[in-house]
Write a protein that binds this ligand. Sequence first.
Ligand SMILES: [Zn+2]
Length: 329
Amino acid sequence: MSDLGTRLDRYRGQELILYCAHGNRSLRLAKALDDAGFENALSLAGGITAWAEEGLPVELPGELDDAQRVRYSRHVLIPEIGVAGQQRLLSSNVLVIGAGGLGSPAALYLAAAGVGRLGIVDDDVVDESNLQRQVLHSTAALGEPKVASAEERVRELNPDVEVVGYRERLSADNVDRILDEDWDVIVDGADNFPTRYLLNDASVWHRIPVVHGSIFRFEGQATVFAPGDGPCYRCLFPQPPPPELAPSCAEGGVLGVLPGVIGSIQGAEALKLALGIGEPLIGRLLLYDALAGSFDEVAVRRDPSCPVCGDAPTITEYVDYVEFCAGTH
Ligand SMILES: [Zn+2]
């Protein structure tokens, strides 16, 4: 009981409904939890047997097969995940924008973790200058579409994962079609401002949380934009920086391992959101400085006057993002 009490600690204060087959064991547990300070633990009278006899809906938890029990054993051992959490991951849908520096570690760890359906959007081909950091791709894949190279690598890593590849650049013309395909979480590994603003607006309108990451030289940042619960990208950055002050990684350079750190943090946040556990980085911008070896955190808030997620939005349809980011309007 003491162990169970600790494991249930995160539910303290919430209403808990306990059930067993006939309602006897759950009644004893409810009493024990009440003694342990859980005031809202109730036992389902008659148990699941009476529930089912009433004709009320019953959903049987999915099972893991033998190979999955072994593959995901280190997840199953964690009380916050367990068999049910792993099942949840296997039926979750995560869309990764960009199979580059950030998308590589994110996609690899999400695939290894058993995210059942992994979307990858990228229109680029593997270039030699990518290999210093984009660990999804190998020297043998030079010249191949990144989506094809990513698909192959993910398939080799974990056959449980269905990869949905989009060999296209995210644009106002395709974003609704892609986002409409049932994604629980989006990982933003875009390397340019037009895509970032487009994805932001689309995700606010589609109400899909976005795990944001960005990198430059030795510094990176990550946060979670959850529509209706915290700021969006435009709340933080209403305007893109002037192009001359915002060099891309092709122009400014990046330490090879940096996207590994930030993309892995994005992977962790995506898994937390898919599992519904922990404290997501909503309203918090996490900053990492590889040279200093330090992490910092800045609180960020939703802006009620934000043009997209604010109380009276002024932008309600897609704009010309390339033009917007070029600062011409
Ligand atoms: Zn906003």
